[in-house]
Design a protein around this ligand. Structure first.
Ligand code: MN3
Length: 385
């Protein structure tokens, strides 16, 4: 039986993880949960899953949680770290959104917890440090993302030195067929309509700019130790082929399935076993068409920024991530236009003074400073003309 802590248990990945726990009560026991501020849902989860401890980012919610439950209640970043390092936990599922996920992942690894990682920003901003700690502490890091789960499965039993290239598939997001003019006028409502995956709002916007795929390129680099030159992206609107690995002999192995996040979540938790799934079975004859085409790097420059930032490394990916995070929330609040997200990221990357081999504190500092500066530009509307 695995004893798990879920960081971000009230979000999209968190609630789907709990559905899996509910399905396999003899395999998983929840010992820790956390939310940003959704204390109502967290209370329901506490009653159902009876964790030892919970954390809420928003300190003003601590009182009501303490009044209505008997478990230990922590708050803020310190609270997240407590949940990440609970003695009772052997596995931490990090489904936090944004760079707030970096420190808890680091802390969990230091405390010898296996990690199931849905928080992309951890590896994007601090990949080198995190992978070092994974090795040093002898823990397992399993990806919770359809593409990386696919690659993991394709590489099972293979020799990484015989890999020719990795191809990440990308739905293309809601704007894959837009013209430049249409992109300029794209609204928040348009951007939130993802064609194949149902996800949280931040990652849905990241999918519309293709920054999400850029993040995944960087994640693949760190997870599998593969050079950026060997990581490719192909647009595949149906989201059935989740990624492919080509070997030196030109043999290609792919992993397929219907677009349902519960499949990669469950695999990250059940590995090396496979448990029966409750989602629909794939019928290729029913799908009929599987299309693939090159991504348009000019229309979606975020993909390029990610390759650039990844190759430069140091603090550059952290800057790209922080600028993106702030810009996406500004877009979600209707403060900037869709294409301003891209402009803000480029501006912050261009102006960044690189630290080549940063430690974790330097990365967190760059993250904070970049967010403040990006916010300032948004508030002063410097990019809106
Ligand atoms: Mn993905």
């Amino acid at each position: 039986m695995k004893h798990i802590s879920i960081l971000g248990s009230t979000g999209s990945i968190g609630t789907q993880t709990l559905e899996i726990v509910r399905q396999f009560p003899n395999e998983f026991k929840v010992v820790g949960l956390s939310t940003n501020k959704n204390s109502d849902l967290l209370l329901k989860q506490i009653k159902e899953f009876r964790p030892k401890a919970v954390a809420v980012m928003d300190g003003s919610k601590v009182g009501e949680l303490k009044n209505f439950s008997s478990c230990q209640v922590y708050s803020g970043m310190e609270g997240l770290k407590k949940i990440a390092a609970l003695d009772e936990a052997d596995t931490v599922i990090n489904s936090l959104v944004g760079s707030v996920g970096i420190e808890p992942t680091y802390h969990a690894i230091k405390n010898k917890k296996n990690i199931a990682l849905a928080n992309k920003e951890t590896l994007v901003a601090a990949g080198s440090i995190i992978m070092d700690e994974v090795k040093k502490n002898g823990v397992k890091l399993m990806p919770i993302d359809s593409e990386h789960s696919a690659i993991f499965q394709c590489l099972n039993g293979e020799n990484i030195n015989e890999v020719e290239k990795i191809t990440l598939t990308c739905s293309g997001g809601p704007f894959k067929n837009y013209t430049k003019e249409q992109l300029e006028k794209a609204t928040l409502q348009d951007a939130l309509k993802h064609p194949t995956w149902s996800m949280g709002s931040k990652i849905t916007i990241d999918s519309a700019t293709l920054m999400n795929k850029g993040f995944e390129v960087i994640e693949a680099h760190w997870l599998y130790g593969i050079d950026y030159e060997k990581i490719k992206v192909v647009i595949h609107p149906q989201s059935i082929v989740h990624s492919l690995v080509e070997f030196h002999d030109n043999s290609v192995i792919a992993q397929l399935g219907l677009p349902d996040m519960k499949i990669p979540i469950q695999y990250a938790l059940s590995y090396p076993k496979r448990f029966p799934g409750d989602s629909k079975s794939l019928n290729l004859a029913e799908i009929k068409n599987l299309e693939f085409r090159e991504p348009d790097f000019e229309m979606f420059p975020c993909l390029n920024y990610a390759y650039e930032a990844g190759k430069i490394n140091g603090t550059m990916p952290a800057v790209m991530n922080a600028a993106n995070e702030t810009a996406v929330y500004a877009f979600l609040e209707n403060k900037i236009k869709f294409l301003d997200i891209t402009k803000l990221i480029k501006k912050m990357m261009d102006g960044h003074k690189l630290i080549k081999n940063p430690d974790l504190n330097e990365i967190l500092e760059v993250d904070k400073k970049t967010k403040e500066e990006t916010k300032r530009i948004v508030e002063e509307e410097l990019i809106l003309n």
